[in-house]
Design a protein around this ligand. Structure first.
Ligand SMILES: Nc1ncnc2c1ncn2[C@@H]1O[C@H](COP(=O)(O)OP(=O)(O)O)[C@@H](O)[C@H]1O
Ligand SMILES: [Mg+2]
Length: 396
């Protein structure tokens, strides 16, 4: 294949390793400076120039977009997507993972363990927010920090309030997170490629530092992950739209707590700690996937009028429970089941003989009018966990 590594650091360890791994496997590979592209929307089709010239044909790109150039970098990646060039990490995936709050919001509906997190703006809401995540000590994070910079441990409420106020007064948005004490300055970095963890390490902070980032002096050690950690890492990366990702997890008392998903994970620390060929695994994966450029399913499938995708939920006691997909009557109504989500597992292209269980979620393609009647009423979010307030609360 012909591969372009988008990077501003051709000499960096990770770039060199990826380039060498590609060459070793007989691929044609170039490292192209992300900032030297020009996005060209002047012709009949989306196009790209590089250093002032029309770009030659590439089969795949591997974006290594630095945090300081997220906007331009993701615009370039998006342009490649429009040109049907394969990328393991989508522009959306990269920008969503860059913002710690946005990433947490996206992951929060998928039963993935995460440290309790909250985000507020008004001064009056700060104290209740700190209480909501369990009170001090709390962790305060800049939304777009990396390498441990912008992650602060506030020992008590007063200090926490002062820090939050100071940062907000300089227009910095911060999230407030419970401090996971039991992780004791340690965390797990899992390197996800496709649907598996290819390498994992434990990072341990130096001295009394609580941040275990390598850039903050953390030491690293290869580890074999428990299935729960492996699953949390793979699912987080996939939900974010990243096929190459470094997933950071704390070791909580009840299992993995995902902190963030990195779209351009460094390879030096993890290859040194595990002695594994991570770069090779990434290149092999891209080589296998090249034929499948990213398709925005919803966008493409809704082109035919009246048809679209929708998620149907099988309710306990409803007429679908216990029936197979063949017996469900969906086919007669011109509805095709694309995937079946059951708890945290996904069954792609479920067989017609698959029996439906309560709470199964069916991702379907079909006539929107036919599906409308089957979409459950919007879930009342308070139903499950409602604690009745003493007095009615009137939201302004
Ligand atoms: N809620 C938390 N509880 C305990 N330690 C934390 C928490 N959040 C972050 N840390 C520590 O701080 C480090 C950096 O946090 P992280 O959110 O990954 O930011 P960055 O993007 O700067 O790496 C983590 O690797 C972990 O060691
Ligand atoms: Mg991190």
């Amino acid at each position: 294949m012909k591969l372009a590594i988008l990077s501003r650091a051709p000499k960096a360890y990770s770039t060199q390793r990826l380039r060498t791994a590609a060459l070793d496997r007989g691929h044609d590979v170039k490292v192209l400076n992300t900032l030297r592209f020009a996005i060209d929307l002047s012709g009949p089709e989306p196009d790209l120039q590089f250093r002032g010239r029309t770009l030659s044909d590439y089969d795949a790109i591997l974006p290594r977009v630095g945090a300081s150039v997220t906007y331009f970098g993701t615009a370039v990646v998006r342009q490649f997507e429009q040109m049907d060039v394969y990328t393991p990490n989508t522009a959306n995936g990269i920008s969503n993972s860059r913002d710690k709050l946005r990433a947490t919001q996206i992951l929060s509906r998928h039963q993935i363990g995460m440290p309790a997190t909250t985000f507020v703006r008004n001064r009056a809401d700060v104290l209740p927010a700190i209480e909501r995540v369990g009170g001090a000590p709390v962790v305060i994070k800049l939304l777009e920090g990396t390498q441990g910079i912008g992650v602060i441990l506030a020992p008590d409420t007063k200090v926490a309030e002062a820090i939050i106020e100071t940062l907000q007064s300089t227009s910095q948005n911060v999230l407030i997170q419970s401090f996971v004490k039991e992780s004791k300055g340690r965390d797990i970095r899992a390197l996800v490629v496709g649907d598996r963890v290819v390498a994992a390490m434990r990072r341990t902070a130096q001295g009394d530092e609580f941040r275990s980032n390598v850039h903050r002096g953390g030491s690293v050690q290869g580890v074999t992950l428990d299935p729960a950690f492996e699953q949390a890492a793979v699912r987080s990366a996939q939900i974010m739209g990243l096929r190459v990702a470094g997933v950071d997890m704390l070791e909580g008392a009840d299992g993995p707590l995902v902190m963030e998903v990195n779209s351009s994970p460094g390879l030096e620390g993890i290859e040194a700690a595990t002695k594994l060929d991570v770069a090779g695994a990434i290149i092999d994966y891209i080589g296998n996937q090249v034929a499948f450029p990213e398709i925005d399913v919803r966008q493409r499938l809704t082109v035919s009028t009246g048809y679209g995708v929708a998620e149907l939920v099988v309710h306990g006691g409803a007429d679908l429970v216990g029936k197979t997909i063949a017996e469900s009557g969906l086919e007669d109504r011109d509805i095709t089941v694309l995937t079946l989500h059951r708890g945290t597992t996904v069954i792609p292209n479920p067989r017609r003989r698959t029996a439906l269980e309560p709470q199964d979620r069916l991702l379907c393609f079909g006539k929107l009018e036919e599906m409308r009647s089957m979409i459950p009423e919007r879930r009342r979010r308070r139903d499950k966990v409602r604690k009745l307030p003493k007095e009615p609360i009137h939201e302004p």
